[in-house]
Design a protein around this ligand. Structure first.
Ligand code: TMP
Length: 216
């Protein structure tokens, strides 16, 4: 591939993205692709500190704008230090959440101004955006219950179900507006089916990009 490939996994809480994206990484590697997996927030030294503040230290007061800027600071560092160099090395980069999460959570969820988010996000990503966004869609109540079974709730998971409903709606709206880049997979199904459908979507995308003149 000319410039690698950037695949983001998104979805409401408890959608199973981590499990599915890890399995996908294993399969891609087994099939000979130079693939890597990374996460947001938290995959750089700075990012790990930011993740701690954003999710764990929920006694630290954060205004909604400060929250947005912290996610974007994590992203700016992540893009420059990890994602861009990996794409230049023609790797397949799988990212467990990227900027669609900001539009969904801070935009649709918290109601921050979308135009302002776009300006700040554009500055952070420097034109590096996912080629493919897989949204694992799950009803927020089911997802929050699933997530709650695994570990203690973080700052986001403590927010109301209504907040998480707005997030989900946001994801679905964005996917509807941009069907070329987005694939929505029903993650309420059995995990094997979720995985098979995800893998099919990703391999179809890779196949499309391998066509002559598509940069492979
Ligand atoms: P996760 O790594 O378990 O998915 O947790 C990340 C949390 O941060 C999740 O609740 C979604 C949230 N988030 C935002 O609110 N905005 C963002 O831009 C990103 C990347 C994540």
């Amino acid at each position: 591939m000319k410039n690698g490939m950037f695949i983001a996994f998104e979805g409401p809480e408890g959608s199973g993205k981590s499990t599915v994206s890890r399995r996908l990484l294993d399969d891609l590697r087994r099939d000979g692709y130079d693939a890597m997996r990374t996460i947001e927030p938290g995959d750089t030294e700075l990012g790990a500190l930011i993740r701690e503040i954003l999710l764990k230290k929920d006694k630290v007061h954060l205004t909604t704008r400060a929250e947005l800027l912290l996610f974007e600071a994590d992203r700016a560092e992540h893009v420059e230090e990890v994602i861009k160099p990996s794409l230049h090395k023609k790797r397949i980069v799988i990212c467990d959440r990227f900027n669609t999460a900001t539009y969904a959570y801070q935009g649709y969820g918290l109601g921050l101004d979308m135009a302002a988010i776009r300006d700040i996000d554009d500055f952070a990503v420097q034109g590096v955006v996912p080629d493919l966004v897989i949204v694992l869609d799950v009803d927020p109540k089911t997802g929050l219950e699933r997530a709650g079974r695994k570990r203690a709730k973080d700052r986001m998971e403590k927010r109301s179900v209504d907040f998480h409903r707005r997030v989900r709606k946001g994801y679905l709206k964005m996917a509807e507006k941009d069907p070329r880049r987005f694939r929505v997979i029903d993650s309420g199904q059995d995990i094997e089916r979720v995985y098979e459908q995800t893998k099919a979507a990703v391999y179809e995308h890779i196949g499309y990009n391998k066509r002559p003149g598509k940069g492979c």
